[in-house]
Design a binder for this molecule. Structure first.
Ligand code: FPP
Length: 241
């Protein structure tokens, strides 16, 4: 499929869904779906590097996902730890900057140390910024930002003045995504059509692409189909063209 490169999104964000169902369809444990889901992450990342897309992010683990069974949560943490370690070299070779955003206080020290190591090591790479949202939720992000604003406001008269004069775009600087452009395109797999507490503030003008394909089956061709549909969208941001 031919893609017009001048209509590519700057930031694509993906809600990976359907891993459990994919595994169950094959008579396997849910975790088998997550394992194969990592291959889809790799395929889409490679394609972003090839196409020159600058930001790619994934909703890897929501704040709500902590409510899953201890076994599944433990497996996902282990899978993330292993995948991050394995991909380090590949990130370096391809100029990928690795970033994790979310409520890092809830992650175990081993995973946090591995994340810090790969984030530091890849911090100067510029081809693609690859973001994993881990222990993230949109409401948490907004509340966390608000608390920072309040802290500043009560700590000095200048902080209070700054809070009083705050513009909508200034609030972006307090969110975990500070400095990262809002997602142009949000993809969700597996037929579910909702945001599930994902980038609530940042997704205000995102285009949505929903597909019935389950995440472990979402590879290069499916990704290119999403990009082709995005290229045909007319983004008006509430204005009349
Ligand atoms: C949704 O499927 C998937 C998740 C909640 C976890 C996805 C995380 C990964 C694949 C790990 C990625 C990590 C790296 C480092 C690349 P589901 O379990 O909700 O599926 P279901 O809706 O069919 O139950």
């Amino acid at each position: 499929m031919e893609l017009s490169t001048n209509k590519l999104p700057v930031h694509v964000s993906i809600i990976m869904d359907g891993n459990g169902r994919w595994a169950q369809e094959r008579g396997k444990e849910r975790v088998y779906g997550h394992l194969n889901g990592v291959e889809s992450v790799r395929a889409v990342t490679e394609e972003c590097v090839n196409l020159g897309i600058k930001y790619l992010s994934f909703y890897a683990f929501s704040e709500e996902n902590w409510g899953r069974s201890e076994e599944e949560v433990g497996y996902l943490m282990k899978l993330m730890l292993e995948s991050i370690g394995k991909e380090f070299e590949v990130f370096m070779k391809n100029g990928v900057r690795f970033v994790v955003l979310g409520n890092r206080e809830r992650l175990n020290p081993t995973l946090n140390a591995a994340i810090d190591n790969v984030m530091e090591g890849t911090s100067h790479n510029t081809a693609l910024t690859f973001i994993l949202f881990i222990s993230y939720s949109g409401k948490w992000d907004i509340m966390h930002a608000l608390k920072k604003v309040v802290e500043e406001a009560v700590s000095s008269p200048e902080g209070l003045e700054k809070a009083r004069n705050m513009k909508l775009e200034d609030f972006d600087d307090y969110l975990v995504t500070a400095g990262i452009p809002d997602p142009d395109l949000i993809i969700r797999t597996s037929g579910e059509q909702r945001l599930s507490n994902y980038l609530l503030w940042q997704g205000a003008y995102s285009e949505f692409y929903f597909t019935d394909v389950l995440w472990p089956d979402f590879r290069k061709e499916e990704f290119r189909a999403a990009l082709a549909e995005y290229a045909g969208r007319d983004r008006r941001y509430g204005k009349v063209k």
